[in-house]
Design a protein around this ligand. Structure first.
Ligand code: F6R
Length: 602
């Protein structure tokens, strides 16, 4: 939520920052702004505009000479998406400017104090208080980093902050608490950013910042301290993915590219982890398997991965598994012990609710594992162990390849723990290794679904039905359609239909039904559910493998697989359906309204 970049070097700061913001726009896109240090000791050049980044670019009519500055792309929390509320926020002299990702929870109290000191607020944001606070503190010391350290001690909530000050013209200072910030270390230039995609085209050397740390960068130097000014050595790493991975590469949208990357993403998550019939996870070797209960915590699509994974985890580890929304868990008083294993699932590794739920679980004594796609992000850093999914960067706001690889990761954990517990398991490794080819086959034969989607464009509501592992897959189908097509959509468990939802069915109601393999004990039940809704006028699209001879006009065939693996296949057409519907509606596929990738606020 909110993309942040700072640049200091010898190149055009404006060009580098705009380029970085283009890469970060998926994090928030309701307004954008930039502050450039054009001349020492003079007011900064500040431009900000509501709407997409293109509006800001239009406002920047000439190329600035500045070689240091900061830029922001916003997802509004406090104050609507207007020019005035857009970041950066500056002090009255215009010489100090701040950008922010997160929420300053005590901003009202600070604002009151600052107003008494004579500051006049122009915006409705929580961030403007930080700009005034920083400017006042700076008057005492003249040192931007020490002023930042001092004010961070007064801030409550979550933040990544970047600041520039024309009295320190080549320096950018950043600070973080609970929100992401990475340093890009270049040659004669340095970057600060929300994530590495902002600078990967220019440097692959990065530094991870810890909690409550402040970083000062000039073109030649990076210095990280804690809030008391003690120097800390940050963890340095090389970014392994290519900058091309974060580009559309000939696809019309990132989402489409990411859907088509799924065979490779799944193969990469399996890579090196399957040895014959065994699953070896070196990353988890120190995790003791004597836990009595497993609890999965996640949000949104990652939560659906958890719901799907529960079936295999229970079946293959003989351990009770619960799955809970991280946002609900963190405000409960749950009963956990050191015999509870908590698995958090997060593509970004920065989702605030999941991070807070993880900390809550740790404080209650649980052992924690994270399943994550973003190397070095906060959630894996704070977990006892991590299994990375290796899906590559996911840029489209709607999650696709991350989900499939998260399910794979849970299955690998389930098989590995089951083996270590000495449980007799079915041989699943061959089936797992066949998945990339099967997904590829779906993608090659998905064309008729595109056509079918047209027939449902004017529907006011779409229902998704599934049973067993097909039920969370149905929830995911509905979530994708809501976020991309802005249509009312709901997922139901087939067995629940008669307990209420069947009242929604009327002539022409679209129902997308996920049919389990014929070998499943609930296959016949699902067929009955389909007949029940058809008898009441529903138009059904069935997603089924070839083991069924269904008398339904609209069927999307998927390859046969083990029942537990079926969601990894059945979800793919659901993603395509939502993608196509979004296109038909003329929506912004990669940046749907009101949303942002990486929800770093509560
Ligand atoms: C939906 C979607 C979101 C995320 C959720 C968790 O398509 O992308 O529901 O799945 O915000 O995000 P991560 O996995 O980054 O914790």
């Amino acid at each position: 939520m909110c993309g942040i970049i700072g640049y200091t070097g010898s190149d055009s700061a404006q060009a580098r920052i705009i380029e970085g913001l283009r890469k970060l726009e998926y994090r928030g896109y309701d307004s954008a702004g930039i502050a450039l240090v054009e001349e020492a000791k003079k007011p900064l050049l500040i431009a900000k505009r509501a709407g997409k980044l293109a509006n800001l670019e239009e406002a920047l009519t000439k190329e600035s000479r500045a070689s240091a500055g900061i830029g922001h792309t916003r997802w509004a929390t406090h104050g609507g998406p207007t020019d005035m509320n857009a970041h950066p926020h500056a002090d009255e002299t215009g010489k100090v400017a701040v950008i922010h990702n997160g929420i300053i929870e005590n901003y009202l109290e600070l604002k009151h104090e600052l107003e008494i000191r004579g500051h006049k607020f122009k915006s409705e944001t929580d961030t403007e208080s930080v700009a005034f606070l920083l400017a006042d503190e700076l008057k005492k010391t003249g040192n931007l980093a020490s002023a930042m350290r001092a004010i961070c001690k007064r801030l409550k909530g979550s933040f990544t902050l970047l600041a520039v000050d024309s009295d320190n013209p080549r320096i950018i200072v950043g600070a973080r608490r609970n929100s992401p910030l990475v340093v890009g270390v270049g040659k004669g230039e340095n970057y600060l950013a929300s994530d590495v995609s902002a600078f990967i085209a220019f440097t692959k050397s990065a530094l991870e910042l810890g909690q409550d740390q402040v970083v000062e960068v000039s073109p030649e130097k990076v210095e990280v301290t804690d809030l008391d000014g003690r120097i800390v050595t940050p963890h340095a790493y090389e970014i392994t993915w290519d900058s091309k991975a974060a580009e559309r590469g000939g696809f019309k949208h990132f989402m489409l590219k990411e859907i088509y990357e799924q065979p490779k993403a799944v193969a990469d998550t399996l890579l090196g982890r399957i040895k014959g019939e065994k699953v070896e996870l070196a990353e988890l070797k120190d995790i003791k398997i004597d836990f009595e209960r497993i609890l999965i915590l996640a949000c949104g699509t990652a939560f659906h991965a958890g719901l799907i994974g529960k079936y295999a985890l229970e079946e293959w580890t003989h351990t009770p598994v619960d799955v809970e929304l991280a946002s609900e868990f963190r405000y409960r008083k749950p009963v956990l012990s050191n015999k509870t294993l908590v698995i958090t699932i997060s593509q970004s590794g920065e989702t605030m609710d999941t991070l807070m739920a993880l900390r809550h679980a740790k404080s209650l004594g649980a052992t924690t594992i994270s399943i994550c796609n973003t190397i070095g992000s906060t959630i894996p850093r704070e977990s006892d162990a991590v299994l990375y999914t290796h899906a590559g960067p996911e840029i489209a706001v709607a999650s696709t390849k991350a989900l499939l690889t998260q399910i794979i990761a849970i299955y690998l954990i389930a098989l590995n723990f089951g083996e270590r517990k000495g449980i007799k398991l079915p041989n699943m490794t061959g089936e797992l290794l066949e998945l990339p080819n099967k997904i590829q086959k779906i993608l090659e034969t998905v064309e008729p679904l595109r056509e079918m989607t047209r027939g449902y464009k004017d529907a006011t509501s779409v229902l998704f039905l599934g049973r067993h592992v097909g039920y969370p897959a149905a929830l995911e189908g509905a979530l994708k359609l809501k976020e991309l097509a802005y249509m009312h959509a709901e997922g139901f468990a087939g067995g629940e239909l008669k307990h209420g939802p069947i009242a929604l069915i009327e002539n022409g109601t679209p129902v997308i039904a996920i049919v389990p393999p014929a070998s499943s004990e609930i296959a016949a039940k699902m067929i009955s559910n389909i007949e029940e809704v058809r008898a009441r006028g529903a138009r059904v699209i069935a997603i089924a493998d070839s083991s069924f001879n269904l008398e339904i006009p609209e069927i999307i065939r998927i390859p046969k697989s083990h029942e537990l693996l079926q969601p990894i296949l059945s979800i793919v057409p659901l993603q395509v359906f939502a993608y196509e519907m979004s296109l038909l509606k003329g929506n912004d596929v990669d940046q749907p309204r009101n949303l942002a990738k990486s929800v770093t606020v509560e």
